[in-house]
Design a binder for this molecule. Structure first.
Ligand code: FMN
Length: 149
């Protein structure tokens, strides 16, 4: 059974909600899912999985969440070659740098050799019905790549 780790940073619960939706979707494809907060896990741990989804909200006009900085920086020490990975997160379209964390994580995953089959999923605040539909499509593309379909 393929195994995926979902790692997230969430202050008010929106990114956590997206993580949970994505986890439930991946389980529909018989993928084993583990969900962890970024403060509880090191990026190197992801090498024990076939793939990973990494998510975070954006703070302070385009900054990474404080609690996510160590995880993000330590990603630079890990070779993600052969791993299928993608990014996701919540932001607020009110800000110029909407969901910048999602872009930064996606860029770093690619720099570290990950296969990134789907563009980062950006959600405005908490996920609404349309976002759930987009999350389902994102999870399907990710699962197809992971399972080699
Ligand atoms: C002080 C502050 C600064 C923020 N800056 C940004 C930003 O630059 N870009 C963005 O997309 N969202 C920004 N946000 C919005 C949050 O990312 C948004 O509320 C998000 O849904 C929080 O996710 P969470 O519930 O997972 O913590 C900011 C929020 C606060 C309170």
């Amino acid at each position: 059974m393929a195994k995926v780790m979902i790692v997230y940073a969430s202050m008010t619960g929106n990114t956590e909600e997206i993580a949970d939706i994505l986890g439930e979707e991946l389980e529909k494809y018989d993928i084993e899912v583990e969900i962890e907060e970024c403060i509880s896990v090191e990026p190197e741990k992801l090498l024990e999985y076939d793939g990973a989804l990494i998510g975070g909200y954006t703070y302070d006009d385009g900054e990474l969440p404080d609690e996510f900085v160590d995880f993000y920086e330590d990603m630079s020490d890990v070779d993600f070659s052969g791993k299928v990975c993608a990014s996701f997160g919540s932001g607020d379209t009110f800000y110029d740098e909407f969901c910048l964390t999602v872009d930064l994580v996606e860029k770093r995953l690619k720099e570290q050799g990950a296969t990134v089959p789907v563009e980062g999923l950006k959600v405005d605040l908490d996920p609404d019905e349309d976002d759930v539909v987009r999350a389902e499509a994102y999870a399907k593309t990710f699962a197809d790549a992971l399972l080699g379909k």
